[in-house]
Design a protein around this ligand. Structure first.
Ligand code: AMP
Ligand code: MG
Length: 398
């Protein structure tokens, strides 16, 4: 049995980013950029005013207050044909291009209009005052976004300011989802005695979508070799196949056998964690299989800790795990006894500015309701089994 860190490293070593596709700028949100973006031009491309006010020559206002002659007006988007001479000012708006001869803009609040053609400048300013230099945001030729960066609204802004209508992103991963189990019934069927609803396929679909992937729901396979083989073979047409259930050691748990028969190389089966111990990871050429245990909480936790980083790496993201580690004080003691890494459903809150955390309720792995109460997972490492009230523990936000 591997531990959690080994399992993740095996997964991340096995998967490589998928190919690139071109999408329109608004569609690129959330994906990883597939190329270094180099600025073809300065942003802004010209010196411009940071304020509404008066374009001046700073030497003219060294003895402020002084009266200057107004020789023009420059609205945003227009360019002054004339240059500024000694003793002159131009009324200039925010974002308008600085006229030749001008080396400072005095904001409106520091001026007093005398008449149509004269203004009193009330304060002295230094050269460069209120002037936003060409290239002050982005310098032509520089790498503005590195390959692998996740595109957020602010990256969309940078790309738009460079005039990019289309962006190369790493393509979305295609994920097939297969629920297994004779007891599992889908949402459109009545629920006979002894059966349960297929909640996992829907949780997984939501998780894949949230990670930026595209889903194919393969429905439910019975615990029966022929049907499993058929559906799994079908699922291996996608980049990633996620199965739920059937990977434990029960009499009818056939997923591992069937994967082997088909030719999937099992990289690991069983991880030293709770919940989710029977987790399986396999590879067939450039297809990847995650066999998730069927208990709903195990399914979700193993997805978050192991499948999601793989999907993010496949989709080219530089960062595949939470980049910040957060700690909080335990509101109560927690004891375990199995030497496993535990992911405890927790409620994180801020008390007087300090982060504290408590269990969100039953930690049994079929209880989804305590996961809906939870806003974090409390991480309890393998090498310790007792955690005191008031002790700092690592948490991950949900
Ligand atoms: P298994 O991993 O197949 O041994 O299943 C463990 C537990 O998870 C059993 O109680 C199953 O009924 C339950 N389970 C398996 N698949 C699903 C599913 N798709 N939706 C909800 N519960 C499931
Ligand atoms: Mg089962």
């Amino acid at each position: 049995m591997v531990n959690a860190a080994e399992a993740l490293s095996i997964i991340l070593q096995a998967v490589e980013p998928l190919g690139a596709v071109t999408v329109s700028l608004p569609r690129s949100l959330g994906y990883a950029i597939a190329e270094d973006v180099i600025a073809a031009e300065n942003v802004p491309s010209f010196d411009n005013s940071a304020m509404d006010g008066y374009a001046v020559r700073s030497v003219d206002v060294q003895n402020a207050p002084v009266v200057l002659e107004i020789v023009g007006e420059i609205a945003a988007g227009t360019v002054s044909a004339r240059s500024l001479e000694a003793g002159q000012a131009m009324n200039i708006m925010t974002g308008a291009k600085i006229p030749d001869g001008c080396d400072a803009v005095v904001q409106h609040e520091w001026t007093d209009r005398v008449d149509d053609s004269h203004v009193t400048i009330l304060r002295t300013v230094s050269p460069g005052h209120n002037i936003r230099k060409a290239g002050g945001d982005i310098v032509a030729g520089s790498v503005v976004l590195e390959k692998g960066k996740t595109i957020r609204p602010q990256e969309i802004g940078i790309l738009a300011s460079l005039g990019k209508r289309f962006v190369q992103i790493v393509r979305p991963v295609r994920v097939a989802i297969l629920a297994t189990g004779n007891e599992i019934v889908d949402l459109d069927k009545p629920l006979p005695d002894g059966k349960i609803r297929n909640s996992n396929a829907y949780v997984l679909q939501a998780l894949v979508q949230q990670s930026g992937g595209e889903c194919v729901n393969l429905g439910i396979a019975h615990d029966e070799r022929t049907q499993l083989r058929e559906k799994i073979t079908d699922g291996l047409k996608a980049d990633v196949l996620i199965t739920s259930g059937g990977v434990s050691v029960g009499k009818y748990d056939f997923v591992v056998d069937v994967l082997k028969e088909i030719g999937v190389e099992i990289k690991f089966w069983k991880v030293n964690i709770k919940p989710g111990m029977p987790l399986l990871f396999g590879v067939m050429k450039n297809r990847y299989v995650f066999g998730l245990p069927g208990n709903p909480v195990s399914t979700m936790v193993t997805f978050l800790k192991f499948v999601k980083p793989a999907l993010l790496k496949l989709m080219g993201h530089q960062t595949v795990e939470a980049s910040l580690t957060v700690h909080a004080r335990l509101q109560h003691e927690i004891t375990k006894s199995d030497g496993k890494r535990h992911f405890v459903r927790g409620i994180l809150e801020s008390r007087n500015g300090a982060l504290t955390v408590r269990s969100s309720g039953s930690q049994v792995s079929n209880v989804l309701s305590s996961l809906t109460m939870a806003n974090c997972l409390i991480i309890l490492p393998e090498d310790r089994n007792h955690f005191n009230e008031g002790e700092e523990v690592e948490i991950e936000l949900l």
